[in-house]
Design a protein around this ligand. Structure first.
Ligand code: FES
Length: 77
């Protein structure tokens, strides 16, 4: 029986956006959120996608990339 071999290469996914920054993170204030902070994955490596689980740290180290999550923040009352 033949076995499939999957090779996953670590490659950067951000070739040009804000490369001078160590990590690209953006945040948006959304008053209707139920939680004070929600982080959405933008590296496509999260095990809890679409939510960020911190996997971008390993991806950035392996590839030299600088991706980070999109943070949705509820304003303080
Ligand atoms: Fe993808 Fe954090 S795990 S941005």
């Amino acid at each position: 029986q033949r076995k499939a071999v999957v090779v996953v290469r670590a490659v950067a996914i951000n070739p040009e956006i804000r490369k001078s920054e160590e990590k690209v993170v953006d945040s948006v204030v959304v008053s209707e959120l139920s939680k004070p902070l929600t982080a959405y994955c933008r590296c496509w490596r999260s095990g809890t996608f679409p939510l960020c689980d911190g996997s971008h740290v390993k991806h950035n180290k392996a590839t030299g990339d600088n991706v980070g999550p999109l943070l949705l923040k509820k304003p303080k009352e």
